[in-house]
Design a binder for this molecule. Structure first.
Ligand code: ATP
Ligand code: LTN
Length: 333
């Protein structure tokens, strides 16, 4: 009997800083939810992170912490492949090959490149420019069908599809066509300091971000200070982006709809609402924070998981790399 094969999923997160609520609700929480129904491959993308200057000691710590966080949020290394990108050399190899099938003009149109080269005008390096090709290699190496990401990464997944299609047209069916998997209600969590900007790990203002490791007092303080408007009704509407953002966060935690939230807070002010959001977030993060403390202090376990993950990732990607090598005319030994 034909085995009912599960669809393959790939996603990655940069170990640039502690993940925030945008990363968590927009992407990471879905990684956890998907692992029973899909064959999942999840990566800490260290190679991507050095497109922006990193402090080496801090980066090393962040890689371990990001890895431990994935386990702490319930991603099971026995069920899913969890690995550090740089531990599988196939990513850099395929990335080089695919860069020869990607046009300069295509990469110039990427909004993340445009944003980041403005932000880091003193270091517009070639890696920042070819970043999306490495991301395409990540996805295509594992023949992933779905890529759970926030909406800001949709353009990169579309470029991945273009590269895959071009390669398939030239050499015959080689890569599976990936689709982005974006959860609509939390596709973009905004900064608490400026609700017109996305919450971003690289924001210099610590009050703009709630990280998944912030303690209860910090979470409550940041939500109390969150920028809203001069009104007082907990409702969506013109000029109420700050409140709407808090409603999305509250909805993400409690799984309540906007309408339900508006009803719940009818007749109550912003103060009460902000306290409720803070408490709901702090309560929901607590179990993960406790798991994290346990896992990060067990270096032996972490290293074993990383090693096993790297081995599984290498095994899962080997066939694709060999196929690509053969198609372009290289010799596989
Ligand atoms: P940086 O600011 O350093 O670029 P980032 O905050 O965008 O980092 P990434 O590591 O690039 O974080 O993203 C990890 C995942 O989180 C991606 O799938 C991305 O789409 C998603 N994501 C990032 N920011 C948000 C946000 N504000 N809302 C929803 N999803 C987000
Ligand atoms: N570019 C992504 C991180 C990333 C990724 C990937 C996401 C690297 N490789 C492959 C999905 C699939 C980001 O900045 N969030």
């Amino acid at each position: 009997m034909e085995e009912n094969k599960k669809k393959r999923i790939f996603s990655g997160i940069q170990p640039t800083n502690t993940p925030h609520l945008g990363n968590y609700f927009g992407a990471l929480r879905n990684w956890y939810k998907l692992q029973d129904d899909y064959e999942c491959v999840y990566s800490i993308v260290d190679l991507h992170s050095i497109t922006v200057r990193q402090d080496p000691a801090k980066l090393r710590r962040q890689i371990s912490e990001s890895y431990a966080l994935l386990l702490a949020m319930g991603i099971d290394p026995e069920k899913s492949v969890v690995f550090v990108q740089g531990h599988n050399p196939a990513h850099a190899q395929l990335s080089w090959i695919l860069s020869c099938y990607t046009q300069f003009g295509e990469l110039s149109r990427m909004t993340q490149f445009k944003d980041k080269s403005q932000k880091h005008a003193d270091n517009i390096n070639a890696g920042l420019f070819t970043y999306p090709v490495l991301m395409a290699a990540d996805i295509l190496l594992y023949q992933a069908e779905l890529v759970p990401v926030g909406i800001d990464q949709k353009q990169h997944v579309e470029l991945t599809r273009n590269i895959a299609e071009r390669f398939n047209n030239l050499y015959g069916e080689t890569f599976t066509m990936p689709e982005p998997y974006i959860v609509k209600s939390v596709q973009k969590i905004m900064s608490l300091a400026d609700p017109n900007k996305k919450m971003s790990k690289s924001d210099e203002n610590p009050n703009a971000i709630v990280t998944v490791l912030d303690d209860r007092d910090t979470i409550m303080r940041k939500f109390k200070r969150a920028v809203t408007d001069s009104g007082c009704e907990v409702k969506r509407g013109e000029g109420k982006e700050g409140i709407e953002n808090l409603m999305s966060i509250y909805g993400a935690v409690t799984e309540k709809t906007f309408d339900e939230i508006e009803k719940e807070f009818e007749g109550k002010g912003y103060g009460d609402f902000k306290t409720a959001v803070g408490e709901a977030v702090a309560d929901s993060l607590l179990p993960m924070q406790e798991n994290f403390k346990r896992i990060i202090s067990d270096k032996g376990y972490l290293e074993k998981c990383m090693k096993d993950g790297a081995g599984k990732a290498f095994a899962a990607s080997r066939k694709t790399l060999q196929k690509v090598n053969r198609k372009v005319g290289f010799i596989n030994l």
